[in-house]
Write a protein that binds this ligand. Structure first.
Ligand code: AMP
Ligand code: MG
Length: 406
């Protein structure tokens, strides 16, 4: 296959996303269960946050006009702990106040207790000249009444759940979980736990993709039906696909998508539905299949462990997020400085496994082979190398942290 027939990654991603219409239906879930889910409706605030002007410090609420100079003595006229409400401040007095308590009407500053001294019963010496507004958190400074705090299509993080809670939401409408059927192909595959390392037959390897893919799917909010390992036979592959098509939104496979005679995924999918086999101009990666079997999407990933992880991260992840209604599915990239050399330009776009060193520069894992899974654990992310690009130490490169991909 000539390089000219390879499909650019951006084109493959755009085509894939064009198939990712949002799933029908959603559900309202308890916020405690909503981490990682995609919000289906705007979260709009029915109050302002904070609800009232309140103190940012433990100290004394007062009127600046009553402290002409440091050292002023003021009688303490009330005490306002968090959770209670004081009354209008009498001119010429101070209110003992605690963090989070509403600032009483009439007070225009809070002086922190470290700058005050209790001199005798009920009187405080204010040792610092206050500025108007000092140590007061203004009503609505975080959230205005009617503000949209989270837009539909946002993927919920712990911080987002906190923000929703701060406007009183205990339940959230989210996209339903994509139902994904997963299987691995390959007669060489053995499940860890079934055969101990010392008894592995020559030619066998442990099935690692199953663990990587299942965990990545779960992190993306999917409900996974794991169909295990399917032998390298056409009928077995067809049977597995037929079973997988029922009741699933996506069938995801690894291995067997090349066009060797042991690669049965392509003919099996074609016998039941439709399939496009793409040779994507990316490394690791290259063979990648998209199709339909019955009502389900089909995606076939390459078998090499790093290829399968990287193609999942850059193609399947955005696809699954789009199915859940998320808009902005592109990972954030960071301009970072390389501390390594990448002297050989490739016609394909490359994703190098790299790590941030103590100086904040990127080091490259020595062996970038598509079977070298160690690189993915050693690394902090990927450098996205354009076709034809070489890299020398000091060059600015596009870094995608694994936090954006996994
Ligand atoms: P394939 O895409 O089926 O031609 O497989 C390419 C390479 O990936 C071969 O070396 C396979 O042994 C390896 N491989 C395929 N599936 C897995 C898997 N589930 N876990 C680990 N390695 C795999
Ligand atoms: Mg295979």
């Amino acid at each position: 296959m000539k390089h000219s027939s390879l499909k650019p990654l951006d084109e493959a991603l755009a085509e894939l996303l064009a198939h990712a219409s949002p799933l029908d239906g959603g559900e309202t879930v308890d916020s405690f269960e909503a981490d990682g889910r995609v919000l289906l409706a705007d979260a709009v605030s029915a109050l302002q946050v904070p609800p009232q002007d309140n103190s940012a410090m433990d100290g004394y609420a007062l009127r600046c006009a009553d402290v002409a100079a440091p050292g002023a003595l003021l009688p303490v006229s009330q005490r306002i702990p968090a959770g209670s409400v004081g009354h209008a401040l009498q001119p010429g007095t101070a209110a003992r106040i605690f963090t989070g308590a509403p600032v009483p009407p009439g007070a225009d500053a809070v002086v922190m207790q470290e700058d005050c001294e209790v001199v005798e019963d009920g009187t405080v010496r204010v040792n610092a000249a206050p500025q108007a507004g000092q140590n007061i958190r203004r009503a609505g400074e975080d959230i205005a009444l009617g503000a949209t705090v989270l837009a539909a299509g946002t993927r919920l993080t712990p911080a987002a759940l906190g923000l929703a809670a701060s406007i009183g939401l205990a339940q959230l409408p989210v996209a339903r979980r994509p139902r994904v059927a997963l299987f691995s192909t390959g007669d060489e595959l053995v499940m860890p736990g079934q055969v101990p390392p010392a008894q592995m037959k020559p030619g066998s390897i442990y099935n690692s993709n199953r663990f990587v893919l299942r965990a990545m799917l779960q992190r993306l909010g999917c409900e996974v039906t794991d169909l295990g390992i399917v032998p390298d036979r056409l009928e077995a592959t067809v049977d597995a696909l037929r079973q997988a098509a029922a009741g699933h939104d996506l069938i995801l496979t690894s291995g067997g998508v090349s066009v060797g005679e042991e690669d049965h995924v392509k003919p099996a999918v074609q016998s039941l539905g439709s399939l496009d086999l793409w040779l994507i101009a990316m490394k690791p990666g290259k063979p990648f299949a998209y199709g339909r079997v019955g009502g389900a999407h089909f995606i076939g990933l390459p078998g090499n462990p790093v290829s399968s992880l990287v193609t999942f991260a850059v193609l399947v992840r955005p696809f699954l997020l789009r199915l859940q209604g998320m808009h902005d599915v592109a990972p954030k990239t960071i301009a970072a400085t390389a501390a390594f050399t990448w002297p050989r330009a490739d016609k394909r776009r490359e994703f190098l496994r790299v790590r941030l060193n103590a100086e904040g520069r990127l080091e490259r894992y020595a062996n970038q082979g598509s079977g070298v899974l160690t690189s993915t654990v050693w690394g902090d992310g990927l450098v996205d190398v354009a076709p034809g690009q070489t890299i020398a130490p000091g060059d600015t490169v596009r870094f995608i942290p694994f936090a954006e991909l996994l």
